[in-house]
Design a protein around this ligand. Structure first.
Ligand SMILES: Cc1ncc(COP(=O)(O)O)c(C=O)c1O
Length: 384
């Protein structure tokens, strides 16, 4: 076979592969494993959004849309940012992509030169470093600690910023830690970016999943250098529909769209139409989010209390649907600890390796309360 590119060869295979393969093997053998690995809501989307998708088919909205997204959806995104976040955008400052993931990919490609650095927080979402590297950049991780609730220390972030730093990447609420940054921390971090003339990429995908405290949009403090990354996946339970949106300075958004127009021609037309209903039918969507948020909160409380009681130290996060637990009492190597949890307790959690979180594992509570309780019972029996 002719060879592959160096760029793709360098792309690191996920270190959770061995773990996932084993989980799949067990399932095929008929072992009932409780999966706490999901990065997606276990709820079906709101009915009015499903109805809008059916209507889109009935109306024949089946053709290519403008690559930057339909004007209708970009207007709805502007209204959302104005209504919920006090941010003011015009539709030509908004791009719709195939998920928040593609918004981020476009953005790194649009701003990074080879060797440019992106400062991000560890534990980190697994896709940030590979996306940065695909754009020729270097991910520089600032470690955050469970005892600080995984909130970054502003001075440590300052120290990580160097000559080649181009982007400060923020994600609150965070995947995988669930940390929600308080307003004064967001402000201090954005001020650092201003001081060092950096872009701020603010991944706000989990905005609607906050159980205590409030969401603080980074863009409020420096709209002229901030790209907001958002989307329909998490808050509206629309992961498979692949709708994300970015909002920021027009020149950056236009550059991202030039790239997108050559790569995917934009997002799915039916899903774009349905997302307008999620954004515009405010009361119905709010009711859905109130219901799901309450369910997540209850599961989080049971899970965090249970893990701590079992000696797997776990800070209580304020947002998203993940917790990070110290699994070193099971094995100092988090990969081995997760494998033991899987094989002996039949509970699947993601080892922290790819999150740059040694000694930890991520448990997702985007699964039923019964599953959370059963998982804890199994872990308890396993720990003896
Ligand atoms: C922190 C974070 N950002 C972005 C995404 C991308 O989501 P999507 O591409 O489904 O919009 C995810 C999904 O897991 C995520 O956890």
């Amino acid at each position: 076979m002719p060879g592959l590119s160096e760029r793709v060869k360098r792309l690191k295979a996920s270190s959770t592969i061995a773990f996932n393969t084993r989980a799949e093997e067990l399932r095929r053998e008929g072992v009932d494993v409780i999966a706490m690995t999901a990065g997606e809501p276990d709820f079906q989307p709101p009915e009015h959004v499903m109805e809008a998708a059916r209507e889109a088919i009935a109306r024949g909205l089946t053709k290519y849309t403008p690559s930057e997204g339909t004007l209708e959806l970009r207007r709805a995104v502007c209204e959302k940012f104005s209504r919920e976040n006090g941010l003011s955008y015009e539709p030509d400052q908004v791009i719709v992509s195939a998920g928040g993931k593609q918004v981020l990919y476009n953005a790194f490609q649009a701003v990074l030169e080879p060797g440019d650095e992106v400062v991000l927080m560890a534990p980190t979402w697994v896709s940030y470093p590979p996306q940065v590297e695909l754009a020729g950049g270097v991910a520089v991780a600032v470690r955050t600690r469970p005892e600080d609730g995984f909130l970054p220390d502003v001075e440590a972030v300052r120290e990580a910023i160097g000559e080649r730093t181009k982007v400060l990447l923020l994600n609150s609420p965070s995947n995988p830690t669930g940390a929600v940054y308080p307003p004064q921390l967001v402000r201090a971090l954005v001020e650092l970016a201003v001081e060092h003339d950096l872009w701020v990429f603010s991944d706000d995908l989990y905005e609607h999943l906050i159980y205590e405290g409030t969401f603080t949009p980074s863009a409020r403090f420096a709209p002229d250098r901030t790209l907001v990354v958002h989307g329909a996946s998490k808050g509206y339970a629309l992961t498979g529909w692949r709708i994300g949106y970015g909002a920021g300075p027009g020149e950056l958004v236009k550059a991202m769209n030039r790239l997108q127009s050559q790569v995917t021609s934009g997002a799915n037309s039916l899903a774009q139409h349905a997302t307008v209903a999620a954004l515009n039918e405010v009361e119905k969507t709010r009711a859905f989010m109130t219901m799901t948020r309450e369910a997540y909160r209850q599961r989080r409380d049971v899970l965090v209390d249970g893990l701590n009681r079992l000696g797997l130290s776990t800070p209580k996060p304020q947002g998203a649907f993940y917790v990070m637990a110290d699994v070193t009492p099971i094995d100092p190597d988090e990969g081995k600890a997760a494998l033991r949890l899987l094989e002996a307790a039949r509970v699947a959690a993601v080892p922290g390796t790819d999150f740059l979180a040694p000694g930890q594992a991520r448990f997702s509570y985007a699964t039923s309360l019964d599953n959370v309780r059963e998982a804890l019972a199994r872990i308890e029996a396993f720990l003896g």
